[in-house]
Design a protein around this ligand. Structure first.
Ligand code: HEC
Ligand code: HEC
Ligand code: HEC
Ligand code: HEC
Ligand code: HEC
Length: 333
């Protein structure tokens, strides 16, 4: 199989079926004049241009879903976004809650709704492609992938959480399905209230109706971050540590740690006996140690030298993929 196809461009095949038709029906006219005032002053760095610094904290990355770059907290874009998702005014709450976390998934204080494909086990996995040379079979995505897919498969609102900030804004039904009338109980501080609770969507719908459309000045193209429920063109996840091929095709992880319901095997590059955030790992949440999204990525961002003033590795990677270093951590090639 060609290296290029495996170079983890999640979205490549979706370019073909992109339809630029739905935009007119999605955007209400009063918003358009405001958009024309927006200019794009994106900085270099991560591969998709961004206004965030990608330094120091997740608050300075696109995983800050309040979408107010710190240099311009009241920017037009932030208020504009308030029509299509709740602005909770906090960074962590889109993913975590101190209380009332999702009891259906063993992820840290997880505040997000589970995807239907996760509940039903209907993600289309890598090996269903039929051309793979895998030795292990590919299972459904595990916990440490379902977290990411709750946004990146495009089926749920970015703001679909169980426990909104403040008291009394909790709905247990949100654990397994997005309830827009509950989400409507939230009032944005800007005074502009969300009437839609959008996610990436698919093929030019929802957030992608602007963020995959060259007609919207400054709206960076996010289509590559929309992975969908078909994982056949992504690096396999839910795939076991290839124990039988250690020393041959794969390097064996040299670290292991465990808790009550989980264990990790990891590449302990600094030999401190701990899985640090800049160390690639396999997750075992009950079905064996496997590759999952968080094996390679840390959604909070990782500084390559531990210095908060240094820009994070691109695309939330645990280590930079320069010279294919991510790949060559596991693969002995
Ligand atoms: C109608 C068009 C439109 C829609 C719908 C839209 N956006 Fe945006 N978005 C923009 C524009 C335009 C900008 C850039 C504004 C600027 O440069 O200040 C932007 C900026 C952003 C940024 C900051 C980008 C960066 O890194 O600098 C993020 C993150 C973002 N949008 C996420 C979303 C999400 C998530 C949704 C869906 C919930 C969404 N957007 C829906 C038009 C849109
Ligand atoms: C976009 C989603 C997202 C946001 C926002 C987010 N996290 Fe996380 N966080 C995760 C995911 C996913 C994991 C599990 C990672 C894994 O599978 O190992 C996690 C794990 C953690 C953990 C435990 C494991 C670790 O990596 O240390 C802590 C602590 C944590 N997050 C704190 C925070 C704090 C504090 C904030 C806000 C400043 C925050 N997170 C914002 C997604 C997020
Ligand atoms: C709460 C929703 C949410 C969750 C949960 C989430 N993401 Fe994201 N992610 C986003 C949004 C919105 C963007 C901005 C779109 C973009 O950058 O193209 C993004 C962007 C990214 C990017 C591109 C960053 C860049 O530099 O352009 C990567 C990589 C990524 N996410 C990986 C992950 C991984 C891995 C996880 C799980 C550990 C995860 N995300 C969990 C919403 C989420
Ligand atoms: C085996 C390691 C690995 C796994 C597992 C993995 N990724 Fe990635 N991911 C990467 C690398 C490396 C890149 C950078 C690719 C590039 O620059 O072309 C990347 C890039 C991305 C991007 C940015 C868009 C792009 O394709 O460049 C997103 C979004 C993303 N990953 C999300 C995820 C999600 C969600 C999962 C789980 C479903 C996941 N990744 C699993 C290694 C991995
Ligand atoms: C966390 C460890 C890990 C990382 C990092 C990793 N892989 Fe893999 N990779 C695996 C495992 C495990 C398999 C499944 C092996 C098997 O069962 O045959 C696999 C499978 C593959 C396959 C075989 C697919 C097939 O159809 O036979 C290719 C090619 C591949 N990876 C390329 C890459 C590339 C390119 C990167 C870097 C972007 C990468 N891998 C990063 C662990 C990893």
């Amino acid at each position: 199989m060609a290296e290029t196809q495996l170079h983890h461009r999640h979205i490549r095949h979706q370019g073909d079926d992109m339809k630029h038709t739905q935009l007119g029906t999605r955007i209400t006219l009063p918003l358009l004049p405001a958009l024309l005032l927006i200019t794009n002053t994106a900085i270099a760095g991560p591969e998709i241009p961004t206004k965030f610094t990608y330094k120091g904290s997740i608050a300075n990355t696109r995983h800050n879903l309040t979408q107010r770059p710190p240099d311009n907290p009241n920017n037009l874009n932030g208020v504009f976004m308030d029509t299509v998702r709740n602005n909770y005014g906090e960074v962590c709450v889109y993913c975590h809650t101190p209380h009332g976390a999702n009891s259906q998934i063993n992820a840290p204080l997880w505040n997000r709704t589970l995807t239907q494909a996760g509940i039903d086990g209907t993600y289309v996995t890598y090996d269903s492609l039929g051309t793979s040379t895998l030795t292990a079979s590919v299972a459904q995505p595990g916990v440490n992938s379902l977290t990411c897919l709750s946004c990146h498969d495009g089926t749920l609102g970015m703001d679909s959480i169980i426990n909104m900030p403040g008291s009394g804004l909790y709905d247990v039904n949100q654990e397994t399905s997005q309830n827009d009338s509950f989400l409507n109980d939230w009032n944005n501080a800007s005074g502009t209230d969300a009437t839609s609770h959008w996610g990436f969507g698919a093929n030019n719908t929802e957030c992608l109706s602007c963020h995959s459309n060259p007609g919207f000045p400054g709206a960076s193209d996010f289509s590559i971050a929309f992975i969908g429920t078909d994982l056949t063109n992504d690096h396999p996840i839910g795939v076991d540590v290839p124990t039988g091929r250690f020393g041959d095709d794969f390097f064996a992880p040299n670290g292991a740690s465990s808790g009550a319901n989980w264990s990790l095997e990891y590449y302990d590059t600094n030999l401190n006996g701990r899985a640090d955030k800049d160390e690639i790992r396999f997750y075992d949440t009950g079905s064996g140690a496997r590759v999952e999204c968080a094996s390679c990525h840390d959604p909070h961002g990782v500084s390559p030298d531990g210095n908060p003033a240094t820009e994070f590795n691109p695309t939330f990677l645990r280590i930079s993929n320069d010279a294919s270093a991510v790949c060559l951590t596991c693969h002995d090639k």
